[in-house]
Design a protein around this ligand. Structure first.
Ligand code: NAD
Length: 487
């Protein structure tokens, strides 16, 4: 049992920790023991947001006057601080949203790597020279920041996602106003403290904690915010996009997934089963890239199912702080209820629950939002568990005749984030790469897994068709200026 004291979180505005104008806070609870309060986090309003936007607006020009290398130096410092505090940040993340301590520390280390990657981007080229038809002229492109960028982030990756948005925003000369998910606002405040201690000039980066309906919507509608980057659910993302579009702001949305793994007749079944478990159930299935459908060719269906069930039955469910735990609780009560509803619907709609999908028997786990990892079979395309994002430890097995049918089933979804194929046949792999309707296509690798130096984003309803991370980020966080100069 962790007996740390309760964190009292403030907003971070204009370089200072500032209580919310309302004076109100709500508890952030440990999903492994719902009686345990990790912190008390602000209930902010539009006044707080306005102050943060004003601070960012005041800071942004001086910040943009610095060289990329100078801005990068702040990012390098923040990276070192995040890394030095990996134990505290990792433990807080686990206590606040349930993922295992290994995953939480891994995510924090990833945050440091992202900051270093973008610190280096401050020294790289930002334009091209284009031959002019005028012999006397020099024509080139350069890039300028958007101004103030609003960052709206979810609870499932409370360090990596905001850092992969804030780091490029800052390196390209923008100031930031960040609204983290309330559920993980304590972890967010520890990230913000690293930025503060790295010495970022006051106002370049701000954090306002509050509800999505007030502070999130406020960011989408705020005339002082020039670009909005959002990661979260589809329903909310669409509203954010519409509000941004209505006032002509730039926006970027990364949203849900219904990611398939295809197991071909010539797959290495051991590896494929391992990938379905790891991709589908790590982080309690709460990754946007989590596998939720295993589409298996008939010839190997029974053999694959046997391997999968053997692995799933051995997974240890428990408190993420316990070193033995492989699968922590759902991140909050709402998420737990959603997962349980999908399991009930799956049964009602005629799918067969092969294993899991229950509260664990262990009395030590009675106080947490735990669900044992579930595998359904007999899942048909029209069922809710085949179509909707569950965001929990639930895998749907779908049997198909051949690879052609498998690819059609994989694409039979409104989402298009990640898709994976297990095969030993290069021809199968090439067909899948060409035909898969997903932004991340992975062969002999699980659906989850993102490399920070490569573009990340979805097709179809999974994104607004822009890409984050790697060198793709510059496209969102800057505008191109074409410059024409004559002597
Ligand atoms: P969510 O949409 O409920 O919340 C995301 C953020 O939006 C939170 O900060 C929330 O407070 C805010 N918000 C809520 N209502 C708002 C409104 N009306 N206006 C503006 N902001 C508002 O999502 P969640 O439950 O926190 O996260 C889970 C979802 O995120 C899943 O759908 C998952 O697939 C998705 N996700 C996508 C990616 C990706 O990169 N594609 C990565 C991680 C998570």
């Amino acid at each position: 049992m962790d007996t740390q004291s309760v964190f009292i979180v403030d907003n971070y505005i204009g370089g200072s920790w500032t209580p919310p104008a309302s004076g109100k806070r709500v508890p952030s609870l440990n999903p492994a023991r719902h009686g345990e309060t990790v912190g008390e986090v602000p209930v902010s309003g539009i006044d707080d947001l306005n102050r943060a936007v004003a601070a960012a607006d005041e800071a942004r020009r001086a910040w943009n006057m610095l060289t990329g290398a100078q801005r990068g130096a702040f990012l390098f410092k923040a990276a070192d601080l995040l890394e030095n505090r990996i134990e505290e940040i990792g433990r807080t993340m686990t206590r606040e949203m349930g993922k295992t301590i290994g995953e939480a520390k891994g995510e924090t280390a990833r945050g440091a790597a992202i900051l270093r990657y973008y610190a280096g981007e401050g020294m790289r080229k930002t334009g091209d020279v284009i031959p002019s038809t005028d012999a006397d002229a020099l024509m080139f492109t350069t890039r300028v920041p958007l101004g103030v960028v609003g960052v709206i982030s979810p609870w499932n990756f409370p360090v990596a996602i905001p850092v992969w948005k804030m780091a490029p925003a800052l390196i390209y000369g923008n100031a930031v106003v960040w609204k983290p998910a309330t559920e993980t606002a304590v972890t967010a405040s520890l990230v913000m403290q690293c930025f503060h201690d790295a010495g970022f000039p006051a106002g370049t980066v701000n954090m306002v904690v509050g509800s999505g309906a007030v502070v999130g919507q406020g960011i989408a509608e705020h005339p002082g915010i020039h670009g909005i980057t959002f990661t979260g659910s589809n329903g909310v993302g669409k509203r954010v996009g519409q509000a941004a579009l209505a006032r002509g702001a730039k926006y970027q949305l990364e949203m849900g997934g219904k990611n398939p793994i295809i197991v071909a007749a010539d797959a290495d079944l051991e590896l494929a089963a391992e990938a379905a478990v790891s991709g589908g159930l790590r982080s309690t299935g709460q990754k946007c890239t989590a596998t939720s459908r295993a589409i298996v060719v008939s010839e190997v269906y029974d053999a694959f199912k046997e391997k999968l069930l053997a692995k799933v039955s051995n997974l240890v469910v428990g408190d993420g702080l316990d070193a033995k735990t492989w699968l922590g609780p759902c991140a909050n009560e709402n998420q737990y209820d959603t997962v349980m509803n999908f399991i009930r619907k799956g049964k009602e709609e005629g799918a067969v629950l092969l294993v899991g999908g229950e509260r664990p028997d262990d009395p030590a786990l009675r106080e947490g939002f735990y669900v044992t990892p579930a595998v359904f079979e007999g899942v048909t395309p029209e069922m809710s568990i085949a179509r909707e994002e569950i965001f929990g430890p639930v895998l749907a097995l779908i049997e198909v005749r051949d690879l052609k049918e498998a690819i059609a089933a994989a694409n039979d979804t409104e989402f298009g984030l990640s898709a994976s194929l297990y095969t030993r046949n290069i021809g199968n792999a090439l067909t899948f790469i060409k035909e898969s309707e997903a932004g991340l296509v992975r062969v002999n690798a699980e659906t989850a897994g993102v490399e920070l130096q490569a573009p990340f984003g979805g097709m179809k309803q999974s994104s607004s068709h822009s890409r984050e991370q790697g060198t793709a980020a510059i496209e969102f966080y800057t505008s191109v200026k074409t410059v024409f100069v004559k002597p």
